[in-house]
Each structure stands twice: as structure tokens, then as C-alpha cells.
Design a protein around this ligand. Sequence first.
Ligand code: FPP
Ligand code: MG
Length: 296
Amino acid sequence: MLEIVENLIAKLVNEVDYPQAMELFQKLSGGKRLRARLILTIAPSAPQAPLLGAIVELIHAASLLHDDVIDEAQLRRGVPSINATHGSKTAIMLGDILYSKAFSELTSFDSRIARTVAESVTRLSIGEMMDVGMAESFNSDRELYLKMLYLKTATLIEACAYGAAILAGKDADAHATYGKNLGLAFQIVDDILDITSDEATLGKPSLNDFSEGKVTLPYIDLFERLDTHEKERLIRYHAKVLDESEKKWIRTKMDTFSIIENSYTHARMLCDEAINAVGEDIALRSIIETVIRRSH
Ligand code: FPP
Ligand code: MG
């Protein structure tokens, strides 16, 4: 089924009828296609489900192209980012082509689906803006962080689940709640992996979030547990490239206070809320397990 989505994605990019766009698009690594998988899982026999999956994956790819420009990231999924190989201008324009094509295709959907997906893109853009603003100083406000996470990551996944449920004639609000909590858990696991994984697994340097200025949930939790001197030390390490001994200090302190376990517990709690919203469902449970157990 996912192959149908891959073929549709290629077809849509071909339809923009600009060979350079296709050439550049082929350089992107497709990733896990979590959003398309989710749509196909909720609406396996809806004729429009693969197209919705392709649309959302194009939007997601566009958002990552722009995000890598904003973050000045050199690597994406283990391969050099488009901004690194072709420059920021090209990365932005490719992103523009992909998401505008996605929006054109969205017009053929039920207006509730089209509106929800479109609004989620406004929200993810706001989430990105908040993320950038929050990275300018050491943010220790957990609620603000979780709000930003919801906007930046969960809102598009929520829209996927909502749209797919409408296509399948299922309870759209319940599935939206599932998608929202799945999205939040996904991002929290992402935050954890940035700390626990090595560069080879991540496809980018480890503890990269904190170096980029992003005070993710584990750092907020850690900050709350540290004494005054240690708090100052953690703030000194914020938004700079860390050497091995500085990384070791952060990881050791996280071990001392079981920070990673606590973050996993938080993610698990969100997963339980996700499942509670839709009722036990083997396929939706299995998506949750892949999100929680993933290593990259
Ligand atoms: C990754 O965050 C970024 C996002 C999930 C969303 C980015 C959204 C925009 C740039 C808004 C523009 C939207 C469109 C459709 C053009 P991250 O930097 O925390 O994750 P990373 O480690 O994967 O880079
Ligand atoms: Mg980024």
C-alpha cells in the first residue's frame, strides 16, 4: 500500500513539470512515512487515502526543507541536506514547489479535510516560529515547550488522523485525539533519541538540539532537578557546540535523575491517551509501538 503512496508522490512531483524539481526531490531520503502509514491504517480501503498520504508527505518534506534552512542543518536523515549541497535558496524554492503542489491536490478533498490539513500547516509554521524564538534563550517553561511541540509536530499528524477517519467514515474527533497524542509522543521520543543515540544512528550530531538552542523536555526536567551552580553550568552549555566532556556531564546528570526514563514515561502516558481515545485497535496500537520503540 505504501508503494502506491510512493508512486503517487513521484507522479505529483512529475506533474509540476520542471525536471530540476524532480531531480532535487530524488535526492531527499523519504523517511519513515509515518503520516502516510497512519492515513492508510485508519482508512485502508478509502480510494482517496493514498492521495491524502502523498499530499501530507509532500507537505512534511517541504517543512523539513525549510526547517533545515532555518536550523542551518547540514544533514537530514544521514544525507547532506539540500541547503548544504545546493544552497538555501534552492531548498526554499523546492519546499515552495512541493507544498503548493500538495495544496492544489488538496482542493479535490472534502472541505473539512482540506481545511483541517491547511490549518494544520499554519499551525506548524507558528510552531516553528515559536521554536526559533524559544531557542534564543534558555526556556525552562514546560507548558510553553509542550504547546510548541503540539503546533510544530503533532498538529499535522492530528490532521492526518482526522482526515483519514472522515475518509473511512470513522469517529473523526476520536482519531484526531489519537493523532495529537501520537504526534506529541513521537516528538518526545525524538527529543530523547537526540540525547541517547550516536551520530551514526541519528544522521546528525548527538545532543544537537541543545547545541541548536532547543531546550527539549529532558533538559527542562533536568534543569528542575539541578542545584543553583549546576543550573548555571547547564545554561552556559546552552546553544553552543559541546565537547565530549561537556556532553558527558549532561548525560551523567541525566542518568543521576533518571531523566530519560521519565521522558519515556511521559511519552507512554501520551500513547495510552491516544489508544484510550479510539479504543483498543491492533493496527493503531502497532503504530504507537513503532513510535515508542524506534531507535532513529
Ligand atoms: C522539524 O523540527 C520541523 C518541523 C516538524 C516543522 C517545520 C515547519 C516549517 C519550517 C513551517 C513551513 C511549512 C511548510 C509546509 C513549508 P526540528 O528542527 O525540531 O527537527 P529536526 O531535528 O528533524 O530538524
Ligand atoms: Mg531542524
